[in-house]
Design a protein around this ligand. Structure first.
Ligand code: KIV
Ligand code: ZN
Length: 515
């Protein structure tokens, strides 16, 4: 019997980005969107256009370039939000408005300060208004996991009558258990009279570590769209992980009556890209995309796998995109080979000036490191390679001294708005000294929330990729830096974060305000 399609709706660029510190630039969003398209994701939720001009521009840019996935834009139920979202996705070959309002007693009373009847009217108006601009409208009942079933039935029936074609049931606070959540989907499908006119979707958060289990249970109960993110990125404990949903359904075709159209060989590159852009490392034991997910340490396991792979492996590493590190470029590679490889990786550098800046960085790296891997190129681009005149803070040179029994020292020369500045500092280690030296010039007053170092590839000549998370006046930004010298990488990451603090604008969180 032919299987149903399970629609994969990726919200890495919207819910994923709501994770503190995970905000992305327009170029980064475009890189991720292209990777999602290559992976054959059905729907890409590109953002919340009413949040800020930057968000609007990012959604629009994604809508302009992506052709094979539907582009969704989130909006609250106000006409203003919906107009902004419609405008942002206008260039899309296939677009969708995703409008939502909270339906649980606690959210309606305490957050929205609205009665259920007012919420129902607002939802109906929103769907009707959106349908005047576009055919494809999804409606979400925020906090559906804690909403009263009778009210859910009423509001869902009403929005279907107004023309919603996808009904999304979010477990916004990750409160449900799999059987309970599946039962909720089953009940809604049975009780809502026009339920057969729409696709049922689920959107689960991971507060109890159950986002994937709840989503899969809902699929068993008839949901045919799952909202998820790469690496499970998202608010608080995150969303359901795309890679786990896709591979669970694919691996257990004996029990699922549906399948996705995802090309799973793009999963691991997507995971690495999202991790490198956001600075959120993937834990080694993470299913599918963790470094140890296919590593067999114990002798008994290794022996079994060598004799017959399926003794301990239920999936093949290469099917999800785990290839041996590929040496792609080296010292003698020229500009065109560099440009061609970036293109193959889906990295568009924009202007010729940016390509020049990236190529210069590549040559510097190739002088230090014999083999350049795809991961090195991703890291190089993650560090906001921009034309020098667009960078407020730029590292010109650095000097570090660290010796047993002596206080570490750093000397840094920076270009600040085009003017050369020098600073010296000591610290508890060379990284601490470097940050203090930079801060003595920048005087940003930002708080350091996170500092992490990861080796990008194997071997002692690997680049260290550093993430620095800074917070100032309620804004949180991540900065990335990569170099074979981890103190230099750290200084670059700090400067990258400072540049983002200087350049960024305020944005709204869709779920914090009212309608
Ligand atoms: O978690 C949630 O309820 C959401 C909605 C906006 C779909 O992200
Ligand atoms: Zn969510």
């Amino acid at each position: 019997m032919a299987k149903d399609s399970l629609i994969i709706f990726d919200t890495t660029l919207r819910d994923g980005e709501q994770s503190p510190g995970a905000s992305m630039t327009r170029e980064e969003k475009l890189r991720i969107a292209r990777q999602l398209e290559r992976m054959r994701v059905d729907v890409i939720e590109a953002g919340f256009p009413a949040a800020s001009n930057g968000d609007f521009e990012s959604v629009r840019a994604v809508a302009e370039v992506i052709k094979d996935s539907t582009i969704a834009a989130l909006s609250r139920t106000s006409d203003k939000d919906i107009e902004r979202a419609l405008e942002a996705i206008r260039p899309a070959k296939s677009g969708r408005i995703h409008t939502f309002i909270a339906t649980s007693p606690i959210h309606m009373e305490k957050k929205l300060r609205m009665t259920p009847d007012e919420v129902l009217i607002s939802a109906k108006n929103a769907v009707r208004f959106a349908r005047n601009g576009i055919d494809n409208v999804e409606f979400s009942c925020e906090d559906a996991g804690r909403s009263e079933i009778d009210f859910l039935c009423r509001i869902i029936e009403a929005v279907i009558k107004e023309g919603a074609s996808v009904i999304n049931i979010p477990d916004t606070v990750g409160y449900n258990l799999p059987e309970q959540f599946a039962e909720r989907i089953r009940l809604l499908r049975e009780r809502v009279p026009n339920s057969d006119k729409v696709i049922w979707s689920v959107h689960c958060h991971n507060d109890l570590g159950l986002a994937v289990a709840n989503s899969l249970a809902a699929v068993m109960a008839g949901a045919r769209q799952v909202e998820c993110t790469i690496n499970g990125l998202g608010e608080r404990a995150g969303n359901a992980a795309l890679e786990e949903i896709v591979m669970a359904v694919r691996t257990r075709q004996d029990v699922f009556s549906c399948d996705t159209r995802i090309d799973a060989t793009h999963i691991v590159p997507a995971s690495k890209m999202v991790s490198s852009i956001t600075g959120f490392p993937v834990q080694p034991n993470k299913a599918i995309v963790g470094a140890n997910a296919f590593a067999h340490e114990s002798g008994i396991h290794q022996d079994g796998v060598l004799k017959h792979r399926e003794t301990y492996e239920i999936m093949r590493a290469e099917d999800v995109g785990w290839n041996a590190n590929k040496i792609v470029l080296g010292k003698h590679s020229g500009r065109s080979a560099f440009r061609a490889r970036l293109k193959e990786l889906g990295i568009e550098v924009g202007s010729e000036q940016v390509l020049n800046a990236a190529f210069t960085r590549f040559k510097e790296l190739a002088d230090k490191k014999h083999d350049i891997f795809d991961e090195d190129l991703h890291a190089l681009i993650s560090e906001d390679v921009v034309a020098p005149e667009h960078e407020h803070y730029r590292l010109v040179s650095s000097r570090f001294h660290s010796e047993t029994g002596e206080t570490p020292q750093a000397g840094i020369t920076l270009l600040v708005g085009g003017e050369e500045r020098r600073a010296e500092s000591s610290g508890s280690g060379p990284v601490d000294a470097a940050f203090k030296a930079i801060e003595s010039v920048a005087q940003s007053g930002a708080d350091l929330l996170l500092y992490s170092v990861n080796a990008i590839t194997t071997g002692t000549d690997a680049q260290g990729e550093v993430t620095v998370r800074l917070s100032k006046a309620g804004r949180i930004v991540n900065g990335q830096g990569a170099d074979t010298d981890i103190v230099v990488a750290s200084a670059r990451a700090y400067l990258n974060a400072l540049n983002r603090l200087v350049g960024g604008a305020e944005r709204l969180n869709p779920q914090e305000g009212g309608v």
